[in-house]
Structures are given as C-alpha cells and as structure tokens.
Design a protein around this ligand. Structure first.
Ligand code: SF4
Length: 351
C-alpha cells in the first residue's frame, strides 16, 4: 500500500483544501454558515454554477486530481428528493452528503462516484426532512428506517454542516421514523447532547487490525472509534458495529477474535443488551478493480477473480465474493465470536 498515504493518516477534523459553492446555496442559512466558516479557515472559495461543471480541479496527474478532489468540498442544493432504497440495513437512504475524505481502498464510492469524488454537502435540509416525513407517512403504521451513511461518512463532516444532528433530532420526534448511520470517524462530541430519543442507531465500522492498518488511511484509528463508541453509548444511543469488509487474510481468525475481544472491553454493559452487528464480506466488481488499481496502485487488497465466486447482480454487473467455503468459515467463526462476547447481541445480516 501507499506508504505516502499511511504517513498522512490523520484523525484531525477534516478541513478541505478548496470549497465550491453553488450560487443558490448561499441563500440558505446553512450555506451562509459554511461560507463564513470557510472564510475564517482561510480556505480558497470558488463559485460554480453546478457541481457537474467542476472540471478544473488542480493536480497534474489523474491520481493527484483524485487526491485533491477528496479534499474538495462542494456546498449545494439536494435536487433529487426521491430517496434510494437501502437494503438490507434500512428502507431508504437519507441523503445529507455525498463523497468522503477517507481513503479506504475498497470503498464502493470509488465506483459509484466515478469521476466525481469530491465531497458534496446539502444546505436545503428542510426539503430533505420534508421528503423524509413523506416517506414515513406513506408507510404508517409501519416503522420506516433511514440510512444516512450510504454515500458518505456524515460524522466526519458534521463539524462543517451540523446536518446529522438535525436529522437525529428530527427522527427523535418521529414515532414511526428511525435513523441509522455508520462511521469510521471519532468526532462525535457535537452529537452527544442531541435529543435522539433512542430513535437513532449509531454504528461504528470496525475491523481486524490488518484491515484497518492496510486499507483505511485517512480515517480514525480503531482505538479512537471504540472510545467514541463508549461515549455514544453513554449518551444513550442504541449502538451497533458493522464489520466490513470482512477480509480473508493470513491470521484472520486471530484478527477477528481480537477484534471482538477488544469490543467487549470497550462496550458498557447496558449497551451490550441491545447491540447489533452487521457483517459484510469483501466484494468487488470488475469496474471497482480497475479503479482501485489506478488509485491505490500498491494496495495489498486481494482482487483476484480466480480466487472468488461470481455473484450475478440483479441490476448491474456482478460481484466477486468469497467462495462458499471461505464465506461460510468467515461467517461461522465471526458469529461464534460475537455470541461468545455478546450473548444478547443481534446479528442483523451477513452478506
Ligand atoms: Fe468510503 Fe467509509 Fe472509507 Fe469514507 S470512511 S472512504 S465512505 S469506506
């Protein structure tokens, strides 16, 4: 993997290098607030008619442009208020941001965002929350769950936007609405006093040491994440862990056993009573492989189709997952470790 990226691994609050505003964004209080913040930070500010029109990002090579894009913030309006579905973790994806400053080699945003890896945040929260309300009303009296981390890591951007707290508090007032999101960042302070009413499940993405060290540059360390998980649990949020991507590597059994053991030490007893796990094995598409090899040319991520099982995609191209034997071994072992350490936990799914 890129030692250069490793040495830049930082867990400071994210500060972009460049900030774009779509003109209408400045008509919203949130847009004005972010503008003020960017000015105070002394960041270069540009106006763009639309995020689609950003073509002149600095950088000599494609790789350099990519790295700069990952540190470029675009403040705009969310126009599409039709939410995507978000199985299996929720009914809908709630869009508050798109893009992420992390450099996880395996991240599916590499493919889904393609040539637009910059970070977009949306200032029209009223529109987004009104749409959320409609989705909740449509399904009443069923409960509707929303996932806020489908296209971003919203905790890592919260100091800039404050949007996640707004959604948490909105959902706290909804008898039939529930929120969940996942993060690899530990900057949770501003969310601790949110009136969540236990309607938000706060999940942390965790993994074996090997995975965090080799494939997750630019995110908070394991220790930082579990310290944050402890704080979130004390603030009364329902807590969850997503172990993803589960990666077959030399010593994986020790790695995942150690992970569960360390989680047990960190999670307060009350939270262990209502804890969820979501397990996602590593998968990749042919497109993802191509992009990853360009952007992280030295990655140790194993992307060998011949070692994988091809799983047909219902809507798009198929994915390469582990052959059944390996997938079963991973699932069984990790499940066992979970129940050994957290007998009352729920495993929501393994996929
Ligand atoms: Fe992708 Fe999450 Fe890593 Fe960000 S933190 S790069 S969203 S996997």
């Amino acid at each position: 993997m890129s030692t250069q990226l490793m040495s830049h691994r930082h867990t400071q609050l994210f500060i972009p290098e460049l900030v774009y505003f779509e003109p209408n964004a400045l008509e919203y209080p949130k847009g004005q607030k972010i503008h003020e913040w960017a000015k105070q930070q002394g960041l270069p500010i540009r106006i763009t008619p639309s995020h689609n029109r950003i073509t002149n990002l600095p950088g000599e090579s494609e790789l350099e442009k990519y790295k700069i894009a990952k540190r470029t913030l675009v403040v705009g309006i969310r126009k599409t208020l039709k939410f995507d579905t978000s199985k299996p973790s929720a009914e809908y994806a709630l869009p508050i941001a798109t893009g992420c400053m992390g450099h996880c080699h395996y991240c599916y945003l590499q493919t889904t965002l393609g040539a637009k890896p910059y970070i977009r945040v949306y200032v029209n929260m009223d529109d987004i929350l009104n749409a959320t309300q409609q989705y909740i009303d449509e399904r009443a009296p069923e409960i509707t769950r929303f996932e806020a981390a489908c296209t971003s890591d919203p905790v890592g951007l919260e100091h800039i936007t404050g949007s996640l707290k707004e959604v948490v508090e909105f959902m706290g007032r909804q008898p039939l609405g529930r929120l969940r999101f996942v993060t690899k960042y530990h900057h949770v302070e501003s969310l601790l006093d949110a009136k969540h009413n236990k309607h938000t499940r706060f999940r942390f993405s965790v993994n074996a040491d090997y995975v965090i060290k080799n494939f997750e540059p630019g995110t908070s360390s394991f220790q930082e994440r579990i310290d944050a998980a402890g704080k979130v649990a004390k603030a009364g949020y329902p807590l969850g862990f997503i172990i993803a991507p589960i990666i077959w590597h030399e010593g994986w059994e020790e790695g995942y056993a150690a992970l569960l053991h360390r989680l047990k030490e960190a999670v307060p007893e009350e939270s262990a009573q209502d804890l969820t796990f979501e397990l996602i094995q590593h998968r990749f598409t042919k497109t993802a492989k191509r992009v990853i090899e360009l952007r992280y040319p030295k990655t140790k991520l194993e992307l060998d189709e011949t070692k994988r099982k091809y799983k047909w995609g219902r809507w798009g191209q198929g994915k390469y997952v582990y052959p059944d034997e390996q997938a079963d071994a991973l699932r069984e072992f990790i499940t066992e470790q979970i129940f050994e350490n957290f007998p009352k936990a729920n495993i929501d799914y393994f996929t």
